[in-house]
Design a protein around this ligand. Structure first.
Ligand code: ZN
Length: 320
């Protein structure tokens, strides 16, 4: 298949981390965890904005929901599930994985999964760590996720960053602890040519994955002069011109790989109360907030998106 044909055939994953504007890592120290319950909540209103945008675009997405929020806003999770989106897990307490003990982590991801399955009425297959905090020092988390019944993870960011990332990690979908858990670089994989209509909207991953392996869907990067650059979500997407991001994502599709884009409901909510952040933290949290919705619309018009579980399932079928 040519690069152009791969671009046309590619179906990508869209993901939203369901958390409040004050739960972001850069707000730690400004809003203490103990004070979360005293903050004005924007979760329901900002999630409804996301749901409206997705409905307008006719796109299903994956919502990585924080268990703490699911407990306080069960109706929001039910609305997400009722609209046909995938409910996945962002853990319970939004504590960095490398700051937890393995036992604490096991309890956190198990609690969140049970809570979310109860609300969604479907198995929860995917996990994303708070602030992509599965790094070299928290790789122990991977078998724990598999044991807890998760089937895919989207936490290992193959970039260099002051808080997270494993710069040498594979950039594309791969099996963790499996034969292909090594740097697979820009080679085409020769995907099938199924259209988005032929992909399952909800997905039950084949049992063949077994208990010991987990599929990793790394946040998408572009490789420029040997360096992996983040661009497909959060502050990166808010900072960069949307057309540039779209062209970069198409380039990844042309290599035969699906991309995963991520954002947060608070990024579509510029009216949320302002927090007294300073310097780099202030910049990271507030840059480009007013333009996020339009940028997402532009990406959704130019590329095909569905849930992460559906993309993972298709990838597994294609490699058999
Ligand atoms: Zn988060």
């Amino acid at each position: 298949m040519t690069g152009r044909a791969r671009q046309e055939a590619a179906v990508n994953a869209l993901s939203c981390d369901l958390e409040e504007y004050f739960q972001v890592q850069c707000c730690e120290g400004v809003v203490a965890r103990e004070a979360w319950d005293t903050m004005p909540s924007r979760l329901a209103a900002s999630t409804d904005r996301v749901l409206a945008l997705l409905e307008e675009a006719g796109v299903k997405a994956t919502f990585f929901v924080l268990g703490w929020n699911a407990e306080r806003h069960p109706d929001v999770v039910r609305r997400v599930a009722a609209a046909g989106h995938e409910v996945a897990s962002h853990g319970y307490a939004h504590k960095m994985v490398f700051e937890q003990s393995p036992d604490e982590f096991r309890a956190d991801v198990t609690r969140a999964k049970a809570l979310l399955e109860d609300l969604a009425g479907r198995p929860v297959l995917g996990y994303r760590a708070p602030t992509f905090s599965i790094t070299e020092r928290s790789r122990w988390a991977i078998p724990i996720l598999a044991e807890a019944g998760y089937r895919y993870d989207s936490s290992i960011f193959p970039i260099r960053h002051d808080r997270y990332g494993i710069p040498s990690a594979p950039r594309f979908l791969h099996e963790l602890n499996g034969a292909d858990d090594k740097g697979i670089e820009d080679e085409g994989r020769g995907r099938g040519t199924r259209t988005i209509e032929e992909l399952p909207a909800t997905c039950h991953l084949p049992l063949a994955t077994g208990h010991s392996s987990l599929i990793e869907f790394p946040p998408t990067t572009l490789r420029v002069l040997g360096v992996n650059l983040a661009m497909a979500g959060g502050g990166y997407l808010r900072l960069l011109p949307a057309r540039l991001v779209r062209a970069a994502l198409r380039r990844v599709n042309g290599l035969g790989h699906p991309v995963i884009v991520y954002f947060h409901p608070w990024e579509l909510d510029p009216e949320a109360p302002r927090l007294p952040l300073r310097g780099l933290r202030r910049f990271r949290h507030y840059v480009g907030l007013r333009r996020t919705a339009d940028k997402l619309r532009l990406l959704l018009r130019g590329l095909a998106f569905t849930t992460a579980a559906a993309v993972v399932e298709q990838w597994m079928l294609d490699r058999r």
